[in-house]
Write a protein that binds this ligand. Structure first.
Ligand SMILES: O=C1O[C@H](COP(=O)(O)O)[C@@H](O)[C@H](O)[C@H]1O
Length: 261
């Protein structure tokens, strides 16, 4: 039988955040061991706040260090807006996490979109794809970049990144980064990693919390129905881990795993 996604459920975000931290640090160490850096893609939405809760906590020892100087951060999706706009995923990450890294710690490299191309989402996507080519080509010289970790959210409709249910973008097979002009969730103009890139990642971690997610979690884990998050589950198997609170998976028939590394 094909290996399946891991589902880790916690009573609340306060107990989820430290587990997510441990998981991210494990992926960080694996990335550093493989190629001397940690290449991670992050989403917007509810994720940055929970991520910050885990990563900004004090270290409990040498095996629990966030090595920011080794981090290269990319965006799993981004909105076609200026970097200081309220809708910018970069601004969200900056406000929630990047600006709160203590001054005595090194800062990560952060790859933002090139806002000179905001009027042309194809150009914006192509330019961001070139950022990936530059960062990943020497390591992989490849058809697809291999992120050490993608940290993703799950929208209440089952979307992830800016890959929406039933959208033609789900059938994209060649681009690494694609534009979208008709996102059903505002703002409509965005760029996103494509499904092949997401599924090629070494590890994928979803974070989904709150009772508002339980309907879609049931659909993803019990029915699938081609929902973007379900396609990632299918494409990544046990390389995929879900960090959820109990409220998000209430009534969902899918085996939870106790969290351990
Ligand atoms: O629009 C977006 O939504 C998703 C899900 O957000 P959430 O608030 O339901 O967690 C997010 O992952 C994505 O990056 C963002 O652009």
């Amino acid at each position: 039988m094909a290996k399946q996604a891991n589902l880790y459920a916690f009573p609340d975000t306060a107990s989820l955040a430290p587990a997510l931290r441990s998981y991210v640090i494990q992926c960080q160490e694996a990335g550093i061991a493989r190629h001397g850096a940690f290449k991670v893609g992050v989403s917007g939405g509810s994720l940055p706040k929970i991520l910050a809760q885990g990563l900004l906590a004090p270290s409990s020892g040498p095996h629990d260090e966030v090595k920011w100087d080794k981090w290269e951060i990319f965006f799993a999706d981004e909105r076609a807006v200026p970097l200081d706009h309220e809708d910018s995923n970069y601004k969200l990450l900056k406000d929630e996490l990047l600006d709160k890294i203590p001054d005595d710690q090194s800062k990560p490299i952060v790859h933002t979109i090139d806002t000179t191309h905001l009027n042309d989402t194809q150009e914006l996507a192509d330019q961001y794809e070139q950022v990936l080519v530059k960062s990943f080509a020497s390591r992989d010289s490849v058809k697809l970049p291999i992120f050490d970790l993608l940290l993703l959210g799950c929208g209440p409709d089952g979307h992830t990144c800016s890959l929406f249910p039933g959208h033609q973008l789900l059938r994209e097979t060649s681009a690494w980064v694609a534009p979208i002009e008709d996102s059903p969730k505002p703002p409509p103009r965005r760029i996103t990693l494509t499904l092949p890139v997401v599924n090629h990642s070494v590890r994928v971690a979803f974070v989904a919390t709150g009772g508002g997610k339980k309907g879609i979690m049931k659909e993803i884990f019990e029915e699938g129905k081609g929902l973007p998050c379900a396609l990632v589950n299918e494409g990544t198997g046990d390389r995929c881990s879900w960090f959820v609170d109990n409220a998000a998976v209430e009534g969902v028939s899918y085996q939870r795993r106790p969290f351990s590394l």
